[in-house]
Design a protein around this ligand. Structure first.
Ligand code: ADP
Ligand code: 5GP
Length: 209
Protein backbone atom coordinates (compact mmCIF):
# COMPACT_ATOMS: atom_id res chain seq x y z
CA UNK A 1 0.00 0.00 0.00
CA UNK A 2 1.25 3.48 -0.85
CA UNK A 3 1.92 6.06 1.82
CA UNK A 4 1.35 8.85 -0.67
CA UNK A 5 -1.54 11.24 0.13
CA UNK A 6 -4.73 10.18 -1.66
CA UNK A 7 -5.60 13.78 -2.56
CA UNK A 8 -3.30 16.46 -3.92
CA UNK A 9 -2.92 19.32 -1.43
CA UNK A 10 -5.95 21.56 -1.99
CA UNK A 11 -5.71 23.79 1.04
CA UNK A 12 -4.95 27.47 0.57
CA UNK A 13 -4.71 30.64 2.67
CA UNK A 14 -8.03 32.40 3.16
CA UNK A 15 -8.98 35.98 2.45
CA UNK A 16 -11.99 36.42 4.72
CA UNK A 17 -14.03 39.53 4.17
CA UNK A 18 -16.32 40.49 7.03
CA UNK A 19 -18.96 43.20 6.76
CA UNK A 20 -21.42 44.44 9.33
CA UNK A 21 -23.23 47.64 10.14
CA UNK A 22 -21.17 49.92 12.36
CA UNK A 23 -21.65 48.91 16.01
CA UNK A 24 -22.65 45.30 15.22
CA UNK A 25 -19.44 44.19 16.93
CA UNK A 26 -17.01 43.27 14.15
CA UNK A 27 -13.98 44.88 15.85
CA UNK A 28 -14.73 43.08 19.11
CA UNK A 29 -15.38 39.79 17.28
CA UNK A 30 -12.16 40.04 15.28
CA UNK A 31 -10.11 40.78 18.41
CA UNK A 32 -11.50 37.72 20.21
CA UNK A 33 -11.25 35.54 17.12
CA UNK A 34 -7.62 36.46 16.49
CA UNK A 35 -6.71 36.01 20.15
CA UNK A 36 -7.76 32.38 20.03
CA UNK A 37 -6.52 31.55 16.52
CA UNK A 38 -3.21 30.67 14.97
CA UNK A 39 -2.03 31.78 11.54
CA UNK A 40 -4.82 34.34 11.28
CA UNK A 41 -3.98 38.03 10.89
CA UNK A 42 -6.06 41.20 10.71
CA UNK A 43 -5.94 43.48 7.68
CA UNK A 44 -5.21 46.96 9.01
CA UNK A 45 -7.05 49.42 6.76
CA UNK A 46 -6.25 53.03 5.98
CA UNK A 47 -8.78 55.69 6.91
CA UNK A 48 -9.17 59.45 6.94
CA UNK A 49 -11.41 59.29 10.02
CA UNK A 50 -10.00 60.60 13.30
CA UNK A 51 -8.83 57.98 15.84
CA UNK A 52 -11.28 57.07 18.60
CA UNK A 53 -10.02 56.93 22.19
CA UNK A 54 -8.07 53.70 22.59
CA UNK A 55 -7.30 53.28 18.89
CA UNK A 56 -3.64 52.97 17.90
CA UNK A 57 -2.19 54.10 14.57
CA UNK A 58 -0.91 51.08 12.65
CA UNK A 59 -2.94 48.64 14.74
CA UNK A 60 -6.57 49.71 14.53
CA UNK A 61 -6.08 51.65 11.30
CA UNK A 62 -3.40 53.56 9.43
CA UNK A 63 -4.79 57.06 10.05
CA UNK A 64 -4.07 59.21 6.99
CA UNK A 65 -4.69 62.79 5.96
CA UNK A 66 -7.12 63.01 3.06
CA UNK A 67 -4.35 64.25 0.71
CA UNK A 68 -2.20 61.16 1.53
CA UNK A 69 -5.16 58.88 0.98
CA UNK A 70 -5.98 60.40 -2.42
CA UNK A 71 -2.31 60.12 -3.44
CA UNK A 72 -2.31 56.42 -2.57
CA UNK A 73 -5.49 55.90 -4.57
CA UNK A 74 -3.76 57.48 -7.59
CA UNK A 75 -0.72 55.23 -7.08
CA UNK A 76 -2.99 52.16 -7.21
CA UNK A 77 -2.03 51.03 -3.68
CA UNK A 78 -5.54 49.90 -2.72
CA UNK A 79 -7.20 46.56 -3.36
CA UNK A 80 -10.43 48.47 -2.70
CA UNK A 81 -11.47 51.72 -1.13
CA UNK A 82 -14.76 53.44 -0.41
CA UNK A 83 -16.27 56.49 1.18
CA UNK A 84 -18.20 55.40 4.27
CA UNK A 85 -20.09 57.69 6.68
CA UNK A 86 -18.25 60.68 5.16
CA UNK A 87 -14.67 59.33 5.45
CA UNK A 88 -12.38 57.34 3.17
CA UNK A 89 -11.46 53.75 4.06
CA UNK A 90 -9.25 51.43 2.03
CA UNK A 91 -7.46 48.08 2.09
CA UNK A 92 -3.84 48.05 0.92
CA UNK A 93 -3.02 45.40 -1.70
CA UNK A 94 0.33 44.77 -0.07
CA UNK A 95 -1.17 44.05 3.37
CA UNK A 96 -3.37 41.31 1.94
CA UNK A 97 -0.93 39.76 -0.53
CA UNK A 98 1.94 39.71 1.98
CA UNK A 99 -0.14 37.62 4.41
CA UNK A 100 -1.46 35.27 1.73
CA UNK A 101 2.03 34.76 0.26
CA UNK A 102 3.21 33.69 3.73
CA UNK A 103 0.37 31.17 3.84
CA UNK A 104 -1.47 33.09 6.58
CA UNK A 105 -5.23 33.60 6.64
CA UNK A 106 -6.26 37.23 6.71
CA UNK A 107 -9.54 38.77 7.85
CA UNK A 108 -10.68 42.23 6.88
CA UNK A 109 -13.60 44.16 8.38
CA UNK A 110 -14.83 46.34 5.55
CA UNK A 111 -18.10 47.86 4.38
CA UNK A 112 -20.51 46.38 1.83
CA UNK A 113 -19.14 48.48 -1.07
CA UNK A 114 -15.56 47.33 -0.41
CA UNK A 115 -16.69 43.71 -0.07
CA UNK A 116 -18.54 43.92 -3.40
CA UNK A 117 -15.40 45.32 -5.07
CA UNK A 118 -13.18 42.49 -3.79
CA UNK A 119 -15.82 39.86 -4.60
CA UNK A 120 -15.93 41.10 -8.18
CA UNK A 121 -12.13 40.87 -8.42
CA UNK A 122 -12.14 37.38 -6.91
CA UNK A 123 -14.64 36.20 -9.53
CA UNK A 124 -12.55 37.54 -12.40
CA UNK A 125 -10.43 34.97 -14.29
CA UNK A 126 -7.59 37.55 -14.30
CA UNK A 127 -7.52 37.82 -10.49
CA UNK A 128 -4.39 36.91 -8.57
CA UNK A 129 -4.94 33.18 -7.79
CA UNK A 130 -4.34 33.88 -4.09
CA UNK A 131 -7.37 36.17 -4.09
CA UNK A 132 -9.49 34.03 -6.40
CA UNK A 133 -8.90 30.84 -4.40
CA UNK A 134 -8.93 32.32 -0.91
CA UNK A 135 -11.98 34.55 -1.03
CA UNK A 136 -14.79 33.92 1.48
CA UNK A 137 -17.22 36.46 2.91
CA UNK A 138 -19.21 36.76 6.11
CA UNK A 139 -21.96 39.20 7.06
CA UNK A 140 -22.33 39.92 10.77
CA UNK A 141 -25.68 41.17 12.04
CA UNK A 142 -26.73 42.37 15.46
CA UNK A 143 -29.77 40.56 16.86
CA UNK A 144 -31.98 43.66 16.25
CA UNK A 145 -31.81 47.38 15.45
CA UNK A 146 -32.67 48.12 19.09
CA UNK A 147 -29.58 46.19 20.20
CA UNK A 148 -27.52 47.95 17.53
CA UNK A 149 -28.57 51.34 18.88
CA UNK A 150 -27.67 50.21 22.43
CA UNK A 151 -24.23 49.05 21.27
CA UNK A 152 -23.50 52.26 19.39
CA UNK A 153 -24.61 54.35 22.36
CA UNK A 154 -22.92 52.07 24.92
CA UNK A 155 -19.59 52.21 23.09
CA UNK A 156 -19.56 55.90 24.00
CA UNK A 157 -17.25 56.88 21.14
CA UNK A 158 -19.59 58.69 18.76
CA UNK A 159 -21.66 61.86 19.02
CA UNK A 160 -25.47 61.49 18.75
CA UNK A 161 -25.54 62.81 15.16
CA UNK A 162 -22.83 60.29 14.13
CA UNK A 163 -24.83 57.50 15.79
CA UNK A 164 -27.97 58.63 13.92
CA UNK A 165 -26.11 58.50 10.55
CA UNK A 166 -24.68 55.06 11.33
CA UNK A 167 -28.10 53.68 12.33
CA UNK A 168 -29.69 55.08 9.18
CA UNK A 169 -26.92 53.59 7.01
CA UNK A 170 -27.29 50.26 8.85
CA UNK A 171 -30.84 49.85 7.54
CA UNK A 172 -29.54 49.93 3.95
CA UNK A 173 -26.47 47.79 4.68
CA UNK A 174 -28.31 44.85 6.25
CA UNK A 175 -30.44 44.45 3.13
CA UNK A 176 -27.27 43.25 1.37
CA UNK A 177 -26.74 40.17 3.57
CA UNK A 178 -27.75 37.87 0.71
CA UNK A 179 -24.58 38.78 -1.21
CA UNK A 180 -22.49 36.94 1.43
CA UNK A 181 -21.64 33.24 1.73
CA UNK A 182 -22.12 33.22 5.53
CA UNK A 183 -24.25 35.15 8.01
CA UNK A 184 -23.33 35.30 11.71
CA UNK A 185 -25.68 36.81 14.29
CA UNK A 186 -23.59 38.49 16.98
CA UNK A 187 -25.87 37.80 19.94
CA UNK A 188 -23.67 36.08 22.51
CA UNK A 189 -20.05 37.07 21.89
CA UNK A 190 -18.43 33.70 22.65
CA UNK A 191 -21.01 31.85 20.54
CA UNK A 192 -20.48 34.21 17.62
CA UNK A 193 -16.68 33.74 17.80
CA UNK A 194 -17.28 29.98 17.81
CA UNK A 195 -19.26 30.35 14.56
CA UNK A 196 -16.39 32.28 12.98
CA UNK A 197 -13.93 29.53 13.94
CA UNK A 198 -16.28 26.95 12.43
CA UNK A 199 -16.56 28.92 9.20
CA UNK A 200 -12.78 29.15 8.92
CA UNK A 201 -12.43 25.42 9.47
CA UNK A 202 -15.11 24.68 6.89
CA UNK A 203 -13.44 26.97 4.34
CA UNK A 204 -10.16 25.08 4.76
CA UNK A 205 -12.01 21.87 3.87
CA UNK A 206 -13.49 23.31 0.67
CA UNK A 207 -11.94 22.40 -2.62
CA UNK A 208 -10.00 25.25 -4.17
CA UNK A 209 -11.78 26.72 -7.16
P1 ADP B 1 -18.02 47.60 15.12
O1 ADP B 1 -16.55 47.32 15.01
O2 ADP B 1 -18.85 46.65 14.30
O3 ADP B 1 -18.37 49.04 14.83
P2 ADP B 1 -17.62 47.20 18.00
O4 ADP B 1 -16.81 45.94 18.01
O5 ADP B 1 -16.93 48.48 18.30
O6 ADP B 1 -18.47 47.31 16.63
O7 ADP B 1 -18.81 46.94 19.04
C1 ADP B 1 -19.74 47.96 19.37
C2 ADP B 1 -20.07 47.87 20.88
O8 ADP B 1 -20.82 46.67 21.10
C3 ADP B 1 -18.82 47.78 21.75
O9 ADP B 1 -19.04 48.56 22.90
C4 ADP B 1 -18.72 46.29 22.10
O10 ADP B 1 -18.12 46.08 23.35
C5 ADP B 1 -20.18 45.84 22.10
N1 ADP B 1 -20.39 44.45 21.67
C6 ADP B 1 -19.86 43.82 20.61
N2 ADP B 1 -20.30 42.55 20.51
C7 ADP B 1 -21.15 42.36 21.57
C8 ADP B 1 -21.94 41.23 22.02
N3 ADP B 1 -21.96 40.07 21.39
N4 ADP B 1 -22.69 41.42 23.12
C9 ADP B 1 -22.69 42.62 23.77
N5 ADP B 1 -21.98 43.70 23.40
C10 ADP B 1 -21.22 43.58 22.31
P1 5GP C 1 -15.49 52.59 11.75
O1 5GP C 1 -15.35 54.05 11.49
O2 5GP C 1 -16.69 52.26 12.62
O3 5GP C 1 -14.21 51.94 12.22
O4 5GP C 1 -15.80 51.91 10.34
C1 5GP C 1 -16.86 52.39 9.55
C2 5GP C 1 -17.11 51.45 8.39
O5 5GP C 1 -15.98 51.43 7.51
C3 5GP C 1 -17.34 50.00 8.81
O6 5GP C 1 -18.41 49.48 8.02
C4 5GP C 1 -16.03 49.35 8.45
O7 5GP C 1 -16.20 47.97 8.18
C5 5GP C 1 -15.68 50.09 7.19
N1 5GP C 1 -14.27 49.91 6.82
C6 5GP C 1 -13.19 49.81 7.63
N2 5GP C 1 -12.08 49.64 6.91
C7 5GP C 1 -12.46 49.60 5.61
C8 5GP C 1 -11.75 49.43 4.37
O8 5GP C 1 -10.55 49.25 4.31
N3 5GP C 1 -12.49 49.47 3.24
C9 5GP C 1 -13.84 49.66 3.24
N4 5GP C 1 -14.48 49.66 2.06
N5 5GP C 1 -14.54 49.82 4.38
C10 5GP C 1 -13.86 49.79 5.55
Amino acid sequence: MSNEPIMPVTDRPLLMVMSAPSGAGKTTLCQKWLAQSERLVYSVSCTTRKPRPGETDGKSYHFLAESDFVERVARGDFLEYARVHGNYYGTLKETVLEALRKGLDIVMAIDVQGAAAIRQQALSPDADPLIRNGYADIFVVPPSFAVLRERLTGRGTDAPDVIATRLKNAMGEVERWREYRYVVVNDDLAAAVGRLCAIRQAEHCRRSV
